[in-house]
Design a protein around this ligand. Structure first.
Ligand SMILES: *Cc1c(COP(=O)(O)O)cnc(C)c1O
Length: 360
């Protein structure tokens, strides 16, 4: 068996320790004689799994008691509709469009009400975060929406927008649990777990409880009401049991590693290795405005498409996988999530140096 350094943006690298634990429990989960995949979601064993997972997440993020934690299906993309269906009481919302995911959310919300694009960075291929300190917030906006870390473009909000008292909704799919957050600053904070937490197929939504009501848009399907899932402890129907189990293991791993302060320290250390190299390289360049750089997704280019393609191919042969950039940006992208060890980033930079020497 040999594992590669996997720089995929998602589904992405998971901690090896967690995969080994899951392997050891595959055929017989703690004396139950069955795999978690085969177990009733109403069983005592699974009840313990989901409750512990929620508690560990609450501990890690210090989630206040007036927030519900929901384990939902449909990925992050289903939230693009669930958010307006549950939150648009005035049928108005303000969106800050900083990338493809924010744009998709903005487009979906238009099905449900009046949606204002109050800021955008599309004019420069989403390579920066606009100044959001004094935006034209709509007086009757139900919420202000952001995508906090832009997976494709590699930008991150370093300060949250000034919403002038309006509720803030954030998609944190690709920065979930990468550093401490103050949950109380958000009305809804949500993310697909396949970027930084677990396998694909689930989204975790942390929702302030006053927003969880029966007062949703007419026609909202039962499965798309936050209240349905909140009332049932995310067990209204069969949830993604195995994914919840794997996420629970990652939460325990994060706790063992020292929690989110320690993750931030490690992530800053890893990102610095790569950005410092990009800033000194004569061949490779980062594509994002420096002050807006993400700790998680690092896009870069050589400026020559053929050379980019050769780099990706040769890197793969050297055990550095999934470095091809998103089709809308081109070049390369290294996603260096929590589970990417520092050694992986060092190996990438060593490879880049060698490639530069050989090709310049
Ligand atoms: C990947 C991603 C999504 C889409 O997630 P799905 O679970 O595939 O729907 C949405 N937002 C961001 C920021 C992402 O990185």
């Amino acid at each position: 068996m040999s594992r590669v350094y996997n720089f995929s943006a998602g589904p992405a690298v998971l901690p090896e320790e967690v995969l080994k634990e899951a392997q050891a429990e595959m055929l017989d989960y703690r004396g139950t004689g069955m795999s978690v995949m085969e177990m009733s979601h109403r069983s005592k064993a699974f009840d313990d799994i989901i409750k512990e997972a929620e508690q560990d997440l609450r501990d890690l993020m210090q989630i206040p008691d007036n927030y519900k934690v929901l384990f939902l299906q449909g990925g992050a993309s289903l939230q693009f509709a669930m958010i307006p269906m549950n939150l648009m009481k005035n049928r108005t919302a303000d969106y800050i469009v900083t990338g493809q995911w924010a744009k998709k959310a903005y487009q979906e919300a238009q099905k449900y009400g009046k949606v204002n694009k109050i800021a955008s960075s599309e004019d420069q291929t989403f390579s920066y975060i606009p100044d959001c300190s004094d935006l034209d917030i709509s007086p009757d906006a139900d919420y202000v929406y952001i995508c906090e870390n832009n997976t494709i473009y590699g930008t991150k909000f370093k300060t949250l927008p000034n919403t002038k008292g309006k509720d803030l909704v954030a998609d944190v799919s690709s920065c979930f649990l990468s550093e401490p957050v103050d949950v109380s600053k958000y009305a809804v904070i949500y993310g697909g777990v396949q970027k930084n937490i677990g396998p694909a197929g689930m989204v975790i939504a942390i929702v302030r409880d006053d927003l969880i009501t029966d007062d949703v848009l007419p026609g909202t399907p039962t499965m798309m009401k936050y209240k349905t899932h909140a009332d049932a402890g995310s067990l209204y129907n069969t949830p993604n049991c195995y994914c919840i189990y794997m996420c629970g293991k990652v939460f325990k791993w994060l706790k063992r590693m020292g929690g989110l302060e320690e993750m931030k320290r490690r992530n800053e250390e890893k990102a610095k290795i790569l950005y410092d190299f990009l800033d000194s390289s004569r061949m490779f360049k980062g594509t994002v405005r420096k002050e807006d750089r993400s700790l998680m997704n690092v896009p870069f280019v050589t400026g020559d498409e053929e050379l980019d393609a050769r780099f990706v191919k040769e890197a793969k042969a050297a055990g550095l996988e999934n470095l091809k950039g998103h089709r809308t940006v081109g070049g390369m992208r290294a996603s260096i999530y929590n589970a990417m060890p520092k050694e992986g980033v060092e190996a990438l930079v060593a490879f880049m140096k060698k490639f530069e020497e050989e090709n310049l």
